[in-house]
Design a protein around this ligand. Structure first.
Ligand SMILES: [Zn+2]
Ligand SMILES: [Zn+2]
Length: 336
């Protein structure tokens, strides 16, 4: 019996809900949930904004827990092990996409809390191959948000950012906070963009070298042609020509984490001209067993070696410094 919290209908509050369970499937594990983040996608699911929700709906896809029981075919985790589960919790593991590590493109992709109960519960059942062992250095409350919000910004940054690049992060909310830290730890010179001038101090604390008020036309004019890479974390429609002008001339790209008006859908590419490229993805690329499993591992090794004062991944905020350089070398060695 699983004790959970569920929405009974669209936009309903969560109320206690119990779920009967049978025997574990061959590759399934049962976790005792200790932590679960809350993501805006949970709200979208509760409210049926995407028209895919089934009720009662138990949200939660940033789950940390301890393995309590394993199905007969499970070999990659063991009872007592602390693991994390993100948005994706299943795929065929045999198709072209799965075999090359792009499990999020699999036609049989399963999401942790779509059509099945998620992590707002005392127990979670999931395919063991999507339950990622967490390094000891990473506290559970820090690991949980990395499993969706973290991978969403980490994957596009890891795919395109090299040490020394000038990286812009648009939107300084939860995703932006994580993106600033990752970009900084990857050795980038980081610029935070926000419409809220009061966020300058927190952006700097999270690793930004520069802060631009994006609603200030003069500051945006000064920012033209200064960046190698822009990651947008906002859900509001953006004036893309303005953001493409912020990029330098050639071989550069803008990435964003989720669809919005005018630039929607996974991997849709927009003609940008003059060597600039824009690409979008509905969520972090590489959300399969390899990528989110690698993220907490990498973040854990970084936090273990280079602990930040606030306990988050990444180095401090005063100049690139030897910590960041070492972190970058280490991440490079790991082929991030
Ligand atoms: Zn999420
Ligand atoms: Zn597949």
């Amino acid at each position: 019996m699983i004790h959970a919290h569920a929405a009974r209908e669209a936009r309903a509050p969560l109320t206690p809900h119990t779920i009967e369970t049978g025997p574990l499937r061959p590759f399934e594990v049962e976790l005792a949930v200790t932590h679960c983040g809350i993501c805006h996608s949970d709200i979208h699911l509760i409210d049926d904004d995407w028209h895919i929700s089934r009720y009662p709906l138990v949200p939660g896809h940033e789950v940390v827990g301890t393995v309590q029981a394993c199905g007969p075919a499970v070999t990659d985790v063991r009872v007592g092990q602390r693991v994390g589960v993100g948005w994706q919790s299943g795929s065929c593991l045999a198709c072209e996409w799965c075999l090359r590590g792009d499990e999020m493109c699999c036609a049989q992709e399963e999401a942790t809390c779509v059509g099945r109960p998620g992590g707002f519960a005392d127990r979670l059942r999931v395919d063991s191959r999507f339950a990622h062992p967490l390094p000891d250095a990473l506290a559970s409350e820090h690991a949980a948000p990395l499993l969706c919000a973290g991978i969403t910004v980490y994957a596009p940054l890891a795919a395109g950012v090299q040490p020394g690049m000038r990286v812009g992060v648009v939107g300084i909310g939860g995703l932006g906070h994580l993106a600033l830290q990752f970009a900084r730890a990857m050795g980038a010179e980081v610029t935070a963009f926000s419409t809220t001038p009061g966020k300058a101090a927190e952006a700097e604390r999270f690793g930004a070298h520069h802060f631009v008020v994006s609603s200030d036309a003069r500051q945006m004019e000064q920012a033209k042609g200064t960046l190698d890479y822009v990651l947008s974390t906002v859900t509001a429609p953006l004036d893309w020509p303005v953001w493409l002008d912020v990029l330098r001339q050639r071989d550069r790209r803008a990435r964003r984490h989720a669809g919005d008006a005018g630039f929607r859908g996974p991997y849709r590419r927009a003609p940008a001209g003059r060597g600039r490229a824009a690409a979008g993805c509905e969520r972090g690329a590489g959300e399969g067993p390899g990528e989110p499993g690698a993220l907490p591992d990498r973040a854990g090794r970084l936090t273990a070696r280079y602990p930040a004062p606030n306990g988050r991944a990444g180095a401090g905020s005063s100049g690139p410094g030897p910590q960041t350089e070492r972190a970058c070398r280490r991440m490079k060695a790991m082929r991030c």
